[in-house]
Design a protein around this ligand. Structure first.
Ligand code: NAP
Length: 322
């Protein structure tokens, strides 16, 4: 296919002067003008995964990152404007309302961002013939399994976060052909707040940490996931994949390992999910199987323990400032 054939002229009445020629000069929009090849549009570029992707992809792609201040994905006209401006070959849609309890408290907001926001992007991606990568979650599953979930297993989200993300998946599947839906779990990025940094920080402020021990899943380091996504987008092997680090653990065992690796001796006490009493129900078991991802020949993901060690080395003492 001729890549030029999909380029669209902006609609003069709506976004008069956002021409393709002007785009490279607009650095406030986080454009990397040095990249020689395809244009990748990353939604949620200030988030954990978004930041890892921006850093990884910049040398090889023309990367445009947008976040809520530039493009609110719930507004179709803002989404359309960003497509006219950036003309993306590939869209990596990481933006989401990821506060699981917040979604439970305000389901309509969750649906607006995670479902409708995704639909807005999917409509634009269809129009521009962009390859689409949608980040989804282990929370689409009910958590009643006793062995890792495959991509073909029936979904059954327990929470509004899970429902809203599943609706997003459905829009991608029903409207696009060239898509990757990537379900991942327990994301840990170098930038932003996450479980590892919270445990390290709390270990300094409290005499004892209490962490739930009845949820089983697998941490996924954003830098590993970003590498997997980079490898996947250059292939035609579209579809739904589970991509996490390998292994499984409970939040309790994860916390114990984090503190041990960091040389911190604050005790950790196991509690139940019921004791914690959060608004949103969580799947008790949400380990995702990497069998399809591996069988397709994508580079194997490292174990979560191995990546945790590297993560802590790189993090150094910087978590003390968060
Ligand atoms: N975090 C996890 O444990 C986890 C697990 C499985 C799957 N996932 C999925 O993986 C993806 C990346 O997760 P992450 O942890 O990197 O997310 P994150 O750090 O929360 O980043 C998401 C970004 O999206 C932005 N955003 C929120 N509403 C928006 C809107 N209406 N328009 C535009 N941008 C908006 C957020 O801005 P604000 O910060 O201002 O809200 C934030 O910068 C998400 O799709 C998530 O559902 C995450």
């Amino acid at each position: 296919m001729n890549p030029e054939s999909k380029k669209k002229e902006p609609t003069p009445s709506s976004i008069e002067d956002l021409t393709f020629e002007r785009a490279p000069t607009l650095d406030p929009l986080n454009m990397n003008t040095g990249g020689p090849r395809k244009t990748v549009l990353i939604t949620g570029h200030l988030g954990q995964l978004g930041q890892a992707l921006m850093e990884l992809l910049k040398p090889d792609y023309r990367v445009a990152g947008v976040d809520i201040d530039e493009v609110d994905i719930t507004k179709a006209e803002e989404v359309a404007g960003s497509f006219y401006l950036h003309q993306p070959d590939i869209v990596i849609h990481t933006a989401a309302m990821t506060d699981v309890d917040g979604c439970e408290i305000d389901p309509e907001a969750a649906i607006r961002v995670n479902a409708i926001g995704t639909q807005n992007l999917v409509i634009a991606a269809e129009e521009f013939n962009s390859t689409f990568v949608y980040l989804s979650t282990d929370y689409v599953f009910p958590g009643t399994a006793t062995s890792p979930y495959m991509e073909c297993d029936p979904t059954g989200p327990l929470s509004w976060y899970g429902r809203s993300k599943l609706l997003g998946e459905n829009y991608v599947r029903s409207m696009l052909l060239r898509y990757f839906i990537i379900r991942t779990s327990w994301l840990v990025g170098e930038k932003g707040r996450n479980f590892v940094k919270i445990m390290l920080k709390l270990s300094q402020d409290r005499d004892e940490l209490t962490v739930v021990s009845d949820q089983l899943g697998c941490p996924t380091f954003a830098s590993d996931l970003a590498v997997a996504i980079r490898n996947m987008i250059e292939t035609p092997y579209f579809g739904t994949y589970h991509v996490t680090n390998t292994g499984e653990t409970t939040w309790y065992d994860f916390a114990v390992k984090i503190l041990k690796e960091a040389g911190i001796d604050t005790p950790v006490r196991a509690i139940t999910t019921a004791e914690l009493g959060r608004p949103a129900p969580r799947p008790a078991y949400s380990v995702l199987s990497g069998v399809l991802y591996n069988a397709r020949g994508f580079a194997p993901m490292p174990s979560w323990e191995e990546s945790l060690g590297q993560y802590l080395n790189k993090l150094g003492d910087s978590w003390k400032d968060t």
